[in-house]
Design a protein around this ligand. Structure first.
Ligand code: FMN
Length: 342
């Protein structure tokens, strides 16, 4: 498995890769506990998006001796994943600078600051969506990150903390920071993911971007599931540059691969089970690699992924129940082996 250790040697002078992407480019959303190097490799095999993001990494962990190894582990990246953006979060401007400075050397194409995470612990620590309530600090963190790296710096955020009406002021402030890209998850922090994404606001957000920062790429996120939906959203809103899919990948891991009629590819049972088998292989490789480094990669969280592959075919429910009882990748392999045609 290629990791950051073999990427450092080939780090080139960074360019603003956001300017080299196709129209209506696609992005796999950063998802904590999901989009690590293993799952990104699975999606790369299924059909890659134009841009990958890492899970988010805390800048104060990176800046501390105690937390650095863990932070670096989260920032492992393979050569062929580029363009890939490292997402970071925190509230300490100095730590943003320190982390930003290191990311270029780790092989990333860009750096993104999370200003939208609704998680209680993250918000209590002053990061994620809590930044919406401390706009001066948010601006300072962006400034420090930008001054410490040549990588293009972007932000991913929500419409506001409590009220939708917060979005014009909040997005205006962010757009004034000359960001390379801005991703807007079309909900407030308070709304979590409980209401439909506010697509009706897209035209107003495009207008703000065009007025304040036409050079900033605008990415829309929330409830997008496949290429057909992206095509429709783009036709309706040609000012949007990119489209980010998060949970849609759980419904269809092949969602970034082109199928027929502009739709996402719909995989067969065989293809889904082959992809699961690949995930198991990459998981085992990663575990061995981390064990060599004195770290762990637990089996239990892997179980959450089984429903992605064992879904939408006859007998899927029964098979899933069996897989959930397994205690190792070897046990899963034994069960799925007779179902995979060579
Ligand atoms: C399990 C999970 C973990 C997430 N972790 C992150 C994260 O680390 N950084 C981030 O910016 N957003 C994170 N998000 C939010 C997603 O990136 C995305 O904004 C959200 O799921 C809405 O998009 P969707 O409707 O396409 O899923 C996470 C979402 C989920 C479901």
């Amino acid at each position: 498995m290629e990791t950051s250790t073999n990427i450092k040697s080939s780090v080139a002078t960074p360019t603003n890769f956001w300017n080299d992407l196709p129209e209506a480019f696609t992005v796999l959303a950063p998802m904590e506990g999901v989009t690590d190097i293993v799952f990104r490799r699975v999606i790369m095999l299924a059909g890659r998006p134009n841009v990958f993001f890492t899970e988010f990494t805390n800048v104060s962990s990176y800046a501390s001796e105690k937390g650095r190894d863990n932070a670096l582990e989260r920032l492992d990246v393979a050569e062929n994943e580029r363009p890939i953006v490292a997402q970071i979060w925190g509230k300490n401007p100095e730590h943003f600078a320190k982390t930003a400075e290191a990311l270029e050397g780790l092989g990333f194409s860009g750096l993104d600051i999370n200003m939208g995470c609704p998680d209680k612990h993250v918000n209590k620590a002053g990061g994620g969506a809590a930044m919406i309530k401390t706009p001066d600090l948010a601006v300072e963190c962006i400034k420090q990150a930008k001054s410490a790296t040549r990588l293009p710096v972007s932000v991913k955020t929500r419409l506001g903390y409590t009220y939708i009406k917060e979005y014009p002021d909040w997005l205006k402030l962010l757009l004034e920071q000359d960001l390379a890209a801005l991703t807007v998850h079309l909900r407030t922090k308070k709304e979590m993911s409980k209401v439909a994404a506010h697509y009706e606001l897209i035209p107003e957000i495009i207008k703000l971007r065009d007025e304040i920062a036409p050079q900033t790429k605008l990415i829309i996120n929330g409830d997008i599931e496949d290429l057909a939906q992206i095509k429709k959203l783009h036709q309706e809103n040609p000012g949007v540059d990119g489209f980010m899919i998060g949970r849609g990948v759980f419904k269809n891991p092949f969602c970034f691969k082109k199928g027929t009629d502009g739709k996402s590819y719909v995989a067969t049972k065989q293809e889904l089970l082959n992809l699961l088998s690949y995930h198991l292989d990459i998981f085992d490789q990663r575990r061995a690699e981390l064990e060599q480094r004195g770290s762990k990669y637990s089996y239990e969280p892997l179980k959450h992924f089984y429903k992605i592959y064992v879904n939408n075919f006859d007998g899927a429910k029964e098979l899933r129940t069996k897989l959930m009882d397994c205690k190792s990748t070897a046990e899963v392999r034994e069960i799925i082996a007779p179902l995979i045609k060579k």
